[in-house]
Ligand binder design. Structure first.
Ligand SMILES: *Cc1c(COP(=O)(O)O)cnc(C)c1O
Length: 434
């Protein structure tokens, strides 16, 4: 079967995510036959560098031998057992390790990022109810924040394109100023701007803490906003205010967790621990859907009771799937044995160097970098820029998907010098050409 055969069949049988299907007439999906490290290979044998880690999930490349071996071993033991009424070795071991890494000792599992957000929102609300604060039902999030697309997660998301159509179905939430430093005044530092944004969060909490269950935010990088980045002092301020106003802090590290921000978890850069930490995406190295919410003893104890209804009666069928947990354990093993965070620091420094001509390009604005994420805005990006850039990058062997006028790189951690050089060189050519 060739690429063309698969395209005909996918158009007839599938409904693709985040896609106006009619647009596929002009911009067909890439039929992937197999993967190899940071490369995707189509049915005609053409190779594409996966510059965005298959929507931010892949950490150690496609068909990684170590993750493959772990999953294969687990397949011969138990693929899945329901987690209500059963437990198993991979889920216990993973919970212990995640708890230690995050400093939050109780792990509740979901399947996708959005399901983790639903869990955190419900748990926060239910905590306040269990301690007698039934008025705390509201949530506050950052402007341009993204937390997923199920109704609860979409309620705290602030991306008009995804949200407006469904507004009548959503629970109202409040948005406060984002610390995104691109919006700072010309003479204002990222830190000063973050402090100004924190002051606006404080204004909100001073007025509404009694009716607010939690602040939810994406630590350091607002991914779907076009990789908007901000100073860690904002997180320190948010933590302090949440304590002072008795409001939970939910850290959505679904995109930035597992080393993406440069540290294992982005919250570490502000030396804070949230009340709820939501993880997914990289958790299985991009192999299998898995998410979790980690929380504190304080939260856990408020549910621990003889009364069933005081418990957290939430579930998903595939909660704590054994294959997914084994993949996640293999990922944590790779972090340890390969000292990935240190290796990434060297790779990041090198890629930033290679991108210097891109950063200096006259069409490039707000070049930015956090950990293993790089982004810039293209000046006066015309309508259709994103689609066009994607298409022209594909022709040159790069799989990239700009968000509006923001081009970003979020490569798998197995990226090496030649691939980094390719990304930088092709990007420069594309900027010169259109
Ligand atoms: C992707 C993402 C989600 C949603 O995760 P899904 O697995 O797509 O449901 C939530 N929050 C952030 C920050 C994300 O990047």
């Amino acid at each position: 079967m060739s690429n063309a055969d698969w395209l005909t069949r996918t158009q007839a049988a599938l409904w693709h995510p985040c896609t106006q299907m009619k647009h596929l007439e002009r911009m067909p999906p890439l039929p992937i036959a197999r993967g190899e490290g940071p490369w995707l290979v189509d049915f005609d044998g053409r190779r594409y560098l996966d510059c965005i880690s298959s929507w931010w999930v892949n950490l150690f490349g496609h068909a990684n031998p170590r993750i493959n071996a772990a999953i294969t071993d687990q397949l011969g033991r138990i693929e899945h057992a329901m987690l209500a009424g059963c437990t198993h070795a991979p889920v216990v071991a993973l919970s212990e390790r995640l708890g230690k890494l995050a400093g939050l000792g109780h792990v509740f599992y979901g399947s996708d990022g959005a399901s983790a957000i639903e869990i955190a929102l419900k748990m926060s609300f239910h905590f306040w109810r269990n301690v007698g604060q039934t008025g705390k039902t509201g949530f506050v999030s950052l402007r341009d924040g993204y937390h997923g697309e199920t109704l609860g997660a979409l309620s705290v998301t602030d991306v008009a394109l995804f949200k407006d159509t469904y507004a009548p179905l959503l629970h109202p939430s409040h948005q406060v100023m984002s610390p995104d430093w691109r919006r700072a005044e010309p003479e204002e530092s990222a830190e000063a701007y973050a402090l100004r944004a924190a002051a606006s969060l404080e204004d909100f909490l001073a007025e509404c803490a009694d009716t607010t269950a939690a602040v939810i935010l994406e630590p350091l990088v607002q991914g779907a906003a076009g990789m908007a980045m901000y100073h860690p002092i904002y997180l320190a301020c948010a933590r302090e205010m949440c304590d002072r106003y008795r409001v939970h802090l939910i850290a959505d590290e679904i995109a930035v967790g597992f080393g993406r921000s440069g540290t294992m978890f982005a919250c570490e850069q502000a030396e804070i621990t949230p009340d709820f930490l939501c993880l997914s995406k990289g958790i299985t190295g991009g192999y299998l859907p898995l998410s979790c919410v980690l929380t504190s003893d304080t939260v856990y104890q408020a549910f621990y009771d003889d009364a069933t209804a005081r418990g957290f009666l939430h579930s998903h069928s595939y909660t704590g799937n054994a294959l997914a947990c084994r993949a996640a354990l293999a990922v944590l093993d790779i972090f340890d044995t390969d000292d990935v965070l240190a290796a990434n620091r060297l790779k990041a420094a090198r890629f930033t160097e290679l991108l210097a001509p891109v950063a200096a390009h006259p069409r490039v604005r707000n070049f930015r970098h956090t950990g293993m994420i790089w982004a810039f805005d293209v000046d006066h990006a015309p309508p259709g820029f994103s689609r066009d850039f994607h298409q022209r990058a594909l022709e040159r062997g790069l799989f990239l998907r700009p968000i509006g006028g923001a081009v970003y790189f979020m490569p798998p951690y197995v990226i090496e010098e030649p691939e980094m050089a390719l990304m930088a060189r092709v990007t420069l050519e594309l900027l010169d050409q259109s």
